[in-house]
Structure formats: C-alpha cells, structure tokens
Design a protein around this ligand. Structure first.
Ligand SMILES: Cc1cc2nc3c(=O)[nH]c(=O)nc-3n(C[C@H](O)[C@H](O)[C@H](O)COP(=O)(O)OP(=O)(O)OC[C@H]3O[C@@H](n4cnc5c(N)ncnc54)[C@H](O)[C@@H]3O)c2cc1C
Length: 288
C-alpha cells in the first residue's frame, strides 16, 4: 500500500508539462485529481519515476460554449460538472453521470481529463463522451491535435494519447435543443464502479426518432460506442420492436469479464437492461 519512490514536479504551464513529458517519456505521469493514479501507485500497478502535478498549470480549467461546441477544461472536477448551469441546460447527461461517480470526496478532486484519459473501462465519462461524439484535445511537442472519443480507447489503459501528450480539454458538439438523454448505471453500492452502465442521447420529431446514440460502460476492455443500437432506433417511433433491436445490438458487442460484479452473462444481461432504461428515460425527456 506504499507507492514506489518518485520525483515530484510542479510546473506552472502546459508548455512546461509537455517538456517534462518529452524528457521522461513512459517514466513520467501527470497527476490531476489523483483518485485513480494514487490507488494504482499504492498497489504498484503504476510505478512512475516522475509525477508531474497539474494543479498549478493554467488554462486547463473552465466550462464554456464556443459556437456550437461545449468546451470542458481537463482540470474541471466532477463536482464542477455537477454545479455547472451551462451543462445543466445544454448537456444534462454529464451531471447525471457525475452524480453516480464515487462519493463527494472523490468528485471534489477527480477531474474530467483524468477520467477520460485514464483508460480504465470502469470510468463513466468515456462512454458518455462517445455517446456525445466528443473530441479530446491533445497537446504535445509536435503541436495540438484532436482525437474523437469514439476512436481513442484501444484496450484497458491503452489509448491513442502519446506518452508526451497532455489532454488539455474535451470538446462536445452542443446536443440539439430538445434532445433527451439518460445515463443508467447499476452498481453494487455507493462508491462502486458499474456492473454495467449505458448512455443514451436521442432526438424526436413528431413522435419519430430522428437521431440516437448509445454507449456502454464497463462491459468490455474499453468503453463501447454501440453504433448499431443507435441506428436501430432512428426512423422508428421507439416502439417495442425498435427498442428490442437496439438492446440486442448493444448486447452483441459486449465482452465483459466475469468478476466480483458477476459472471459475464449476467453483466451482458444487465447492459441490456441499462440500455432499455436509458432509451425509455431519454425518450421521456425529449421534446418534439
Ligand atoms: C473510491 C473510488 C470510487 C470511484 N468510483 C468511480 C466510478 O464509479 N466511476 C468513475 O468514472 N470513476 C470512479 N473513480 C475514479 C475517479 O473518478 C477518478 O478521479 C478519475 O477516474 C480520474 O480522475 P483524476 O483527476 O483523479 O485522475 P488521476 O488519478 O490524477 O489520473 C488518472 C490517469 O489519467 C492521467 N491523466 C490525468 N489527467 C490527464 C491529462 N490532463 N492528460 C493526460 N493524462 C492525464 C494520469 O497520468 C493517470 O494515468 C473512483 C475513485 C475512487 C477513489
């Protein structure tokens, strides 16, 4: 339960962070809220020689809207997501999911950037970002680039981020006015990661579904964007046949491990239940 030895760095700017990451490569790790990294270090699952603290780094905070895009700084905490009026009115699924993460102590420190960069399939924000078609802004020695959340996750703890890149913000196309959304998560107790969870974002027009996206948490090595599940809903009235088709399409791409949260078959079943509930609640919240 005691981390290995490491050197602590506290830079003040993004450029300094990138220089340090460039110098240390795989031996360096940034620390944001520390609520995933420190437990991993205590278990010696992460043994960085250099820990680079982001807390004094400017320009990584704030939630704003830029044209039709919501921009969330990497160091925005889950508590700040919960308190944001902008997100409450334009993208409420983020706060709904943040409220289901851990407990207030964790949410006061845990950041959006840390949650999406971590690569833990149990983290809740990655599937949300896939559902919302978000992009991650990565800054490294070669400049800045954007990677779609739907293409970012490669395997458990492996992502498209280079060792020398910092995730500086998340950019989310502002969901359509009148959209409905829901995040459904089954967990064994408060503070637990999901047995399975599902995000749904959809739009309705005169009773017909005109757009739909579904994504899943903790039922594979990576978050899962369930493209076929969303497609099964579009053009339908969200009748039983369409919802059942979406549920089956989502279940078909799951590959959960059997673990203390239950056998794989159970977790796949729960994923289906979460998808159905998320669709039903998103529909009830959609106007149009
Ligand atoms: C008891 C407990 C229960 C929890 N339950 C849940 C849960 O149900 N759902 C959930 O989603 N999370 C849960 N968490 C995790 C929590 O939400 C973490 O805070 C979050 O996953 C990581 O955010 P962080 O800011 O703490 O990141 P850190 O722990 O500081 O970092 C995590 C990883 O991301 C990297 N990183 C951080 N920021 C950046 C950046 N800007 N650019 C590049 N890399 C970066 C770090 O190097 C590290 O590898 C739980 C944590 C605890 C302690």
């Amino acid at each position: 339960m005691i981390p290995g030895p490491f050197e602590y760095h506290r830079p003040g700017s993004v450029d300094e962070v990138i220089a340090l990451l460039g110098e240390f490569g795989d031996d360096g790790r940034v620390i944001a809220g520390g609520h995933s990294l420190i437990p991993m270090m205590k278990l010696r699952l992460a043994v960085p020689d250099h820990v680079i603290d982001l807390r004094d780094v400017g320009g990584l905070d704030g939630i704003s809207e830029d044209g039709g895009t919501i921009v969330i700084g990497a160091m925005v905490t889950q508590a700040e997501v919960l308190a944001s009026d902008l997100l409450a009115s334009k993208c409420p699924i983020l706060a709904e999911a943040a409220a289901l993460i851990a407990d207030p102590q964790v949410r006061y420190l845990g950041t959006v950037g840390g949650n999406v960069a971590n690569g833990d399939p149990g983290n809740d924000m990655p599937a949300l970002m896939q559902c919302l078609d978000a992009a991650y802004v990565l800054k490294g020695p070669k400049g800045e680039r954007e990677v779609a959340a739907r293409g970012f996750y490669e395997a458990a703890y492996f992502t498209a981020r280079g060792d020398d890149e910092l995730l500086t913000s998340v950019r989310i196309p502002t969901p359509a006015a009148g959209h409905g959304s829901a995040y459904e998560k089954l967990k064994r107790k408060t503070g637990d990661y999901a047995t399975a969870a599902a995000a749904a974002v959809l739009s309705m027009e005169r009773g017909t579904c005109t757009a739909a996206a579904i994504a899943l948490t903790n039922v594979a090595d990576t978050p899962l964007y369930a493209e076929a599940a969303g497609a099964a809903l579009v053009g339908s009235t969200l009748d039983e046949a369409a919802v059942a088709a979406a549920v089956e399409a989502a279940k078909a791409i799951t590959a959960p491990a059997s673990d203390l949260r239950g056998p794989a078959e159970y977790r796949t079943y729960v994923a289906g239940v979460m998808v159905r509930r998320a669709i039903e609640r998103a529909e009830a919240r959609a106007t149009g």
